[in-house]
Structure formats: C-alpha cells, structure tokens
Design a protein around this ligand. Structure first.
Ligand code: DAH
Length: 347
C-alpha cells in the first residue's frame, strides 16, 4: 500500500498547473477514480477484513487529499507570481487611440472656463444641489413673496416636520451665500454646478449647468466686472475683437445689474460670432447688493464686489455648434462620438 501511496504522491508532485491537479483529483478521487474504486472493492471482502481495510483506505484518501491541498497552495502561488510578472503595466507607454473614451462637451467647457479663471486666482467653490429657500432666495435679497421667486420655476420638496421646505437649487448664486458666510474677504471664487428648473424645450432642460463668479474686496468697481467678463468671453470664443455690450437689467442680488450681450450674425439660419449686427444675451452680472453682504455678516461700507452667472450648456452649444440642448443629456453614444473631446486635448 505504501508503494501505491508513493506513486500517487509523485503524481501529485509532478503536476504543473491547477488544471493538471484537478484532472489528477478526478483520476484518484472522482466517481470512478482509483481510490474510490478501492473503496468499492470492500464489499467483496470477508466481513472481518472489511473494517480494517476500510479504515486503511480512508486514511489513504485523507493523506492524498492533504497532499493535493498542499500542492494546490504551491501551484496557486506560482500561478499568481507568473501572472503578476506577465501583467506588468508600463504606465509610460502611450495609450492606444482606439481604446480612449471622450469627454462630454459640458465637461470640456467646464475645464476650459475653470482653467481660464484659475490663472487669475479664482478658487473653485461648491454648494449642495438640494438647498433651502434661505440660500436660494432670502439671503439673496429675495424675501418671502418677492415676485422674482416666481420666475424660477422651482422644484420644491414636501416641507419637513419643522415646516422647512427644501428645493433643488435654481441657480449657482446660492454658492455666493455659502462662500460669503464661510470666508473672509478678499474673496475670488468660481462656482460651477448643476441647477434645476421646471422647463423643457429645445433651449431648456430641467437640469442644466451654471457657473457663478464672485469677487469681493476693497475698492472693487464696475470697471473690474466689465473687463473680467469681456476678456473672458473674447478668450472663450477665441475672437479677440468680439463685440460686447452691457444692458441695464434687474437682479435682486446685484445693484446695479446688467446683462451682457455678444455681437452675432443670424442671417444664414445659424448663429455666427465676430460679425453681424445682432446681439445674443449670454451673462447676468452686477455689483453685489449691500443687503447680500449684510445678510452674510460683511460690512458693505468696507467691502464691495461683483458677481456674474451664466449657463455653461449654452456656452458649449454656441462654441461647438450644438443645435439642441436636450441631446446633451440623452447619453447617445453616436452623439458623444461626434461632439465629444479627446481627454488628451483637441477634438
Ligand atoms: N442667478 C441668475 C440666474 O440664474 C444669474 C445671475 C445674474 C448671477 C446676475 C449673478 C448675477 O451672479 O450677478 O438667472
């Protein structure tokens, strides 16, 4: 019997892979395996021999199983090592162009705008998308029942136990309040993010993206605001002499307030910048209202500033010729392949 055991042990030691070992396991311990067959011979023995012989074969079976487990551990270790050796990744290799995904135009445009403003020392600030009326309206100088609240087509949640009604923020101006309450001037931030309004057609979707800018310091004036946004638009649209005009407007949180238009030509059906006599509204802006500063514990006699806000989706559509806003959010791969951007720069 020990000779037999030696034979099996050397067969186990000779296996070179988990697969070999599995095959051997079937050969010895499977339904018709050698050891299983030995057990089957017990029935042919006289009853007095059966007990000892049975115990002997079961012992053999245990030893062989143990041996196999040991061998399996060694083989697994070897297989892992050779896999680790063969699957080494050289991160310095260039990426295969066919394996690369693309950036959504919104992601691309966020990147372009953030990298422009960060050169001028703007920090990125964020706030929650689920907001309260205080941050979305009241602190922005729109007290209860202020008519401007109605123009926002707000998505409200049911009031909680304490009667507070949460909402999906309708603009990134909420981040002005969060920033002003958390930090001391001088402040220079850009707040990119999602906003929500109950509206849906070719130029409106219930979720869209805005960027808010806020600068607060001593002696900030409307000239700073004008040059900041004019230079940005000329840079963004890559037209150094892009025509720009400011129109007086009204926003509760700025005084004076303005809307900024860029010169364009609509004669050919589409829209072209840098020529023509038409105007397209792109920006809301103004000097931060003293009430907003007061609401955030900042003395308006000491500090002033300007704010601006605009729709990122609109900027992406205008710059990259995307005709319908709704297609941006349909996750259609063909659309993404057409309008997407290489993550390594360029189209
Ligand atoms: N929050 C405004 C909106 O969503 C846009 C806006 C206008 C932002 C003027 C500003 C601003 O910061 O000064 O319609």
């Amino acid at each position: 019997m020990s000779q037999q055991l030696q034979q099996w042990q050397s067969e186990i030691d000779a296996t070179q892979s988990i697969r070999d070992l599995d095959d051997l396991k079937v050969k010895l311990l499977g339904k018709t395996g050698e050891i299983t067959s030995l057990l089957k011979t017990l029935g042919t023995l006289p009853p007095e021999e059966r007990k000892d012989r049975g115990a002997e074969i079961n012992q053999l079976k245990l030893v062989v199983s143990d041996q196999m487990d040991n061998r399996r551990a060694i083989l697994e270790e070897q297989e892992l090592e050779s896999r680790l050796a063969s699957e080494k990744i050289d991160v310095t290799l260039s990426v295969r162009p066919e394996a690369v995904g693309s950036l959504h135009p919104i992601t691309q445009v966020f990147g372009e705008i953030i990298s422009y403003f960060s050169k001028f020392g703007f920090d990125i600030a964020t706030g929650p998308e689920i907001e309260d009326e205080e941050h979305n309206f009241a602190a922005l100088n729109m007290p209860d029942h202020h008519p401007a609240r109605q123009s926002h087509d707000t998505f409200y949640f049911m009031p909680d136990e304490s009667g507070i009604r949460k909402l999906l923020r309708t603009h990134t101006s909420t981040v002005q309040i969060r920033t002003l309450r958390q930090s001391q001037p001088p402040i220079r931030i850009l707040a990119p993010g999602r906003v929500f309004r109950c509206d849906y057609d070719a130029t409106h979707t219930p979720m869209f993206h805005q960027i808010e800018g806020l600068v607060i310091d001593k002696d900030i004036n409307f000239g700073h605001l004008k040059s900041t946004v004019i230079e940005f638009c000329r840079h963004f649209f890559e037209i150094p002499d892009l025509k720009i005009r400011f129109r007086p407007s009204f926003f509760p949180f700025t005084e004076p307030s303005a809307e900024m238009d860029i010169g364009c030509d609509r004669s050919g059906g589409g829209i072209k910048f840098g020529k023509g006599d038409d105007w397209l509204e792109v920006f809301g802006c103004g000097m931060v209202h003293p009430n907003v500063l007061k609401n955030c514990g900042i003395d308006p006699d000491e500090y002033q500033g300007f704010a601006f806000g605009f729709g990122v989706d609109r900027f992406a559509m205008l710059k990259y010729g995307i005709p319908d806003l709704r297609s941006m959010f349909e996750s259609d791969n063909r659309w993404l392949a057409h309008y997407g951007f290489s993550p390594f720069g360029g189209k």
